[in-house]
Design a protein around this ligand. Structure first.
Ligand SMILES: [Zn+2]
Length: 243
């Protein structure tokens, strides 16, 4: 049974045994460990703001197995946490997405904007959103779920200037949470579209003389959607206030 909270799945990239890229000082941590801590910060914050955030780890699981677990939980949106590393010179923020859900690009854009704003990225360090295509690393991760699904690379963990930015943790965290507020709005409009689709379906069914039971089932579904829109809006407003 689903509650009416906005459900966000947060997948921590990599694993304890293969923890990804290493962040230099002051992070001094591999992706996996940094992002486990970040995910926990997000979870604590979300819990107090009407958002149901669940953390998923890839330890001892394939990417597909991980995302099957995520899918069973039934999230509204999903994001996988990473950070970049290249040649110790590259800087910037980028957000990657797939095309299995038409809202993934919008979700990616909102998160990208949120993080870039907090890190005061310029046109050069705002590396933009990128659609992953066959053969790209991460393409499977963002294309398994039915809901909007993205992978974030908020900064380069191997670049000194980037790492010395003040309030680094705070910025990553606040950037993501600000974006979540905006995501809720996109999400609500997606439900609204679904609701309109359902009304059209209902009208069609009514035209074909259905039973009373058919109609009451469809009406109950419409009511559920309306309740969810309101709950999502409410939790987003709460989030905005507290940021
Ligand atoms: Zn990574």
């Amino acid at each position: 049974m689903q509650d009416n909270k906005y459900r966000l799945a947060v997948v921590v990239g990599h694993s304890k045994l293969l923890p990804g890229a290493k962040g230099i000082e002051p992070i001094s941590a591999y992706e996996y460990f940094y992002n486990c801590a970040l995910a926990n910060l997000m979870k604590g914050f979300a819990a107090g703001h009407g958002c149901n955030l669940n953390i998923f780890l890839r330890d001892n699981l394939t990417i597909r197995e991980t995302y099957l677990g995520v899918s069973k939980w039934g999230p509204d949106c999903a994001m996988e946490l990473h950070f970049n590393a290249a040649n110790e010179k590259a800087r910037g923020t980028e957000t990657l997405y797939g095309d299995q859900n038409p809202l993934s690009a919008e979700f990616a854009r909102v998160v990208q904007d949120g993080i870039c704003k907090l890190f005061t990225r310029d046109p050069k360090t705002n590396r933009g959103i990128k659609k992953l295509v066959e053969g790209d690393r991460g393409v499977t991760n963002v294309n398994i779920l039915k809901c909007p699904s993205i992978l974030i690379e908020p900064f380069f963990g191997d670049e000194t200037e980037e790492m010395n930015a003040a309030d680094f943790w705070e910025k990553a965290f606040r950037g993501i949470m600000t974006a979540l507020m905006a995501i809720g709005v996109s999400f609500a409009s997606a439900i609204f579209k679904t609701q309109q689709d359902m009304q059209i379906k209902l009208a069609k069914i009514e035209a074909t003389m259905p039973t009373k039971e058919d109609i009451s089932v469809l009406n109950a579904k419409l009511f559920q959607h309306e309740t969810r829109i309101l709950t999502v809006e409410l939790s987003c407003r709460k989030l905005t206030k507290s940021l």
